[in-house]
Design a protein around this ligand. Structure first.
Ligand SMILES: *Cc1c(COP(=O)(O)O)cnc(C)c1O
Length: 364
């Protein structure tokens, strides 16, 4: 049944663990003996309560969160968080610092500006085409929060160590590396992640908010659907939540706990997979990594061929060999292998072999 599945290096929506997909398939027509599909049951039913509470509890266990955090599942993707964050946390003349490390950070800051909020770009790596993560940043100690993008899906860079903000809460877009490694959540006021990169299908965004950070909001003027408090007060069920997405996230988190052995083990495996690719790229003068070494992402490996005119052929031949999704983002070109949690060692090895052969056949 699974013979024609390819090795999927898509950036998002992206590969999910096969075991999770099989579980979805097996239970799709009759969820837990209800005689209904998960997409047919009421979100007010006891069965769905179990589903959402299980996903919340697994999130808490994996990230070692105590009950000083809310775990929410919202709609609108990561992109709706871009305006929601400044709407909820920057009333009046409150201000925030943003670190610009690429397309998604730029968009996050832009949405705050559209709303007329007072924000400052505290650091940017635009001077070198976003190929690195800035260091030794001086933050404004009046800032309500510091916004960062923990992993830059398009440019292939990742914060290895989070910045020292002198106690200002960090708000982080973790869409493309949530649950890929353990986190010290003490530094964060809020983290958010569109699920479709690393933890589930599209249509649901995981948002984790520290309760005392949420208490600082002045959101009385906002529509209910744009207030974090609306969802925090109702266990994400103010209106119909993205039921199927929450269910699938729960299965992915179960896989993380039971099959992968938690986030320490997940990180070790992610390092191993990325290491195989980067070591090979570094040892070759045919391929060229595009991110600076100490800023490289473990999730999105971006590279070029020294002979750029061969890139189209590289991507085409890879596709023919069952290696999909290697084209870089349309805004940057080149190649990108997205190797999220669900990427297998087998897939990475197949890619390496293909890259080796392609080099031999095309090197002049
Ligand atoms: C994909 C991505 C987004 C956009 O997510 P949507 O859920 O499509 O809004 C935002 N930030 C990062 C880092 C991403 O990788």
């Amino acid at each position: 049944m699974t013979d024609n599945r390819i090795f999927n290096f898509n950036a998002g929506p992206a590969a999910l663990p096969l075991k999770v997909l099989e579980e979805v398939k097996a239970s799709f027509l009759d969820f837990e003996g209800t005689g209904m599909s998960i997409v047919e049951i009421s979100h007010r039913s006891a069965a769905f309560d179990t589903v959402i509470n299980d996903a919340v509890e697994r999130t808490r266990r994996l990230l070692k969160l105590d009950d000083s955090f809310h775990v929410l599942f919202l709609q609108g993707g990561a992109s709706l968080q871009f305006p929601m964050i400044p709407m909820n946390f920057l009333s009046g003349d409150r201000t925030a610092d943003y670190v610009n490390t690429g397309t998604w950070s730029t968009k996050a800051a832009k949405e705050a500006e559209i709303l007329g909020k007072k924000i400052r770009v505290a650091a940017s790596s635009e001077d070198k085409n976003f190929s690195y993560i800035p260091e030794n940043i001086r933050f404004n100690n009046e800032a309500e929060y510091v916004h960062i993008t923990s992993n830059n899906t398009i440019k292939g860079t990742q914060w290895r160590k989070f910045p020292d903000t002198g106690g200002i809460p960090i708000v982080a877009d973790m869409s493309s590396d949530i649950m890929s490694r353990p986190l010290d959540m003490e530094k964060f006021g809020l983290i958010y992640a569109g699920a479709q990169k690393n933890i589930g299908p599209s249509g649901v965004c995981m948002v984790i908010i520290k309760k005392d950070f949420l208490d600082r909001t002045k959101d009385e003027q906002l529509p209910s659907m744009l207030r974090y408090r609306t969802f925090a007060d109702k266990n994400s069920m103010y209106n119909t939540p993205p039921c199927f997405g929450v269910y699938t996230i729960g299965l992915v988190l179960k896989w993380l706990e039971e099959e992968m052995g938690g986030l320490e083990e997940m990180e070790r495996f992610n390092r191993e997979k990325a290491g195989l690719l980067y070591d090979f790229i570094d040892s070759s003068d045919f391929y060229l990594g595009t991110a600076e070494k100490d800023s490289r992402s473990l999730m999105n490996v971006t590279f070029r061929l020294c002979e750029e005119s061969l890139e189209g052929e590289f991507i085409k031949q890879a596709q023919e060999k069952g290696l999909g999704g290697l084209k870089g983002h349309r805004s940057v070109g080149g190649c990108r292998a997205s190797i999220y949690n669900a990427a297998t060692r087998e897939g990475v090895q197949a890619l390496l072999k293909f890259m080796e052969n392609f080099e031999k056949e095309n090197k002049t």
